[in-house]
Design a protein around this ligand. Structure first.
Ligand code: PSV
Ligand code: MN
Length: 424
């Protein structure tokens, strides 16, 4: 369900006077306004194909009206998001939840909607109906070589699918680990996983990357074989230059200093990608920035600082992606909120006066250092974010337009109210 341009124009016309007033104030008070708007316009955040339906928990799942019934409808939903906010120009596919059977059709749709194919994701954490051997006791770590081989082959198949779509990276998230002390020989599990990853690495095309995602717990509750950034970095370093760590914000133990982790990984040249979400307790998969926006800002501050130092392009230097589950909200509204929160944190980080911060750090002026960061965080840059959408052809207030046009209701009319989109 795509929008006609005049619907967006009409919405913008109605809101332009109020927007201009706020923008003028920003321009008058923030020297770098134009550069920030330009950078924001270039920034794209990948949307995972598994996050377009209603999520669920192990206690239940409540369907949402109009959930996409197939991969084409998922693309359509992402195309719509991108029309509204002009920052959702990439899709990250999860295989086999979304197997692209008709590649020419999908590439045509992507071109029509202005979307790129981001990292492809393999799945060896569930058994599939056609699968011979079980992943109950792990996949790449498994004690049985035949299971490992099956999981390796799946990853290689995913790379092939990604290649046909123009993706340039594979994200591997493993549920491997153990639930009880004594169940697993940690060293052997690490070694098996490394050997398996080495085979997958060997199958990467020359211009591809492999991202190793870590997670502290769940579904295994005693040990995870890629449980933290240290383990992920070990694998990535041993594999070689095409391997890097992927940070999912929800995959840390409570109160972990994620901004420090990010800064060290970037410095090592081993930060590859990002999965954004927010959480209060664990892997809660909540809307980005809904619980701890200051932490998100601090993470962006380190990202921008580290990327600038390395000469990395903000828009293309890392794989930016949302990874969330929408248990009670409209998934599309939730994704719009998440993208907005990411862009706000990015813009605030661009505001930080790095030279003054360095001076304050070198003088051990703790108070001034904090003032500099909090000044940026407390500056309302939302008019700059809205302007970046406007100049790119998006809507000034995406959620308002989405609601005014009753898009969810139309999607429900077209697709029905009892579908279950594949995914989380
Ligand atoms: C695991 O919790 C995870 O965050 C990984 O990124 C997966 O790819 C995603 O969820 C979907 O299973
Ligand atoms: Mn993730």
């Amino acid at each position: 369900m795509l929008l006609t341009k005049n619907k967006i124009d009409q919405h913008n016309t109605e809101l332009i006077a109020a927007h201009s007033k706020k923008l003028d104030y920003c321009r008058a008070t923030i020297e770098q306004s134009n550069q920030i708007i330009e950078k924001l316009s270039l920034f794209q955040i990948g949307i995972p194909s598994w996050a377009l339906g209603a999520g669920g928990t192990r206690f239940g799942r409540f369907s949402y009206g109009g959930e996409p019934r197939n991969i084409e409808e998922k693309m359509e939903d992402i195309g719509l998001l991108h029309q509204l906010n002009k920052s959702s120009g990439a899709v990250s596919l999860h295989i086999p939840w979304d197997i692209p059977n008709d590649i020419p059709k999908l590439t045509k749709l992507a071109a029509e909607y202005g979307l790129q194919f981001d990292a492809v994701n393999s799945n060896t954490f569930q058994n599939q109906p056609s699968q011979e051997l079980s992943y109950k006791f792990g996949s790449l770590q498994h004690v049985n070589k035949a299971v490992r081989q099956q999981a390796i082959q799946h990853n290689i198949d995913v790379i092939k699918i990604g290649e046909s779509l123009g993706s340039k990276s594979l994200t591997v998230w493993l549920a491997d680990g153990s639930c009880f002390p004594g169940q697993l020989n940690f060293r052997k599990a690490f070694q098996n996983t490394l050997e398996s990853l080495t085979e997958i690495y060997a199958a990467l095309p020359h211009d591809w990357k492999i991202f190793i995602e870590y997670k502290a717990f769940e579904p295994n509750f005693y040990s995870m074989t890629v449980g933290d950034w240290g383990q992920s970095l070990l694998y990535a370093n041993k594999l070689g230059p095409k391997a890097a760590t992927l940070v999912d914000l929800g995959h840390h133990l409570p109160n972990a200093n994620i901004e420090q982790i990010v800064s060290i990984l970037l410095n090592e040249g081993k930060l590859g990608g990002f999965h954004f979400n927010d959480s209060k307790y664990g892997d809660d998969d909540l809307t980005v920035g809904c619980i701890n926006p200051y932490q998100l800002f601090l993470i962006f501050n380190e990202l921008i600082d580290g990327m600038n130092e390395k000469g990395l392009d903000h828009a293309t230097g890392l794989a930016w992606m949302i990874d969330a589950s929408h248990n009670i909200k409209d998934p599309l509204e939730d994704l719009l909120q998440s993208v907005e929160a990411i862009k706000i944190a990015y813009a605030q980080a661009l505001l930080v006066n790095t030279a003054s911060l360095r001076d304050a750090q070198n003088n051990n002026d703790t108070v001034l250092a904090q003032e500099i960061l909090q000044h940026a965080f407390r500056t309302d840059i939302r008019p700059l974010v809205a302007e970046s959408r406007l100049v790119s052809g998006g809507a000034l207030e995406p959620i308002k337009l989405y609601r005014d046009l009753a898009i969810r209701e139309s999607l429900t009319d077209i697709r029905g109210s009892n579908n279950t989109a594949t995914g989380l």
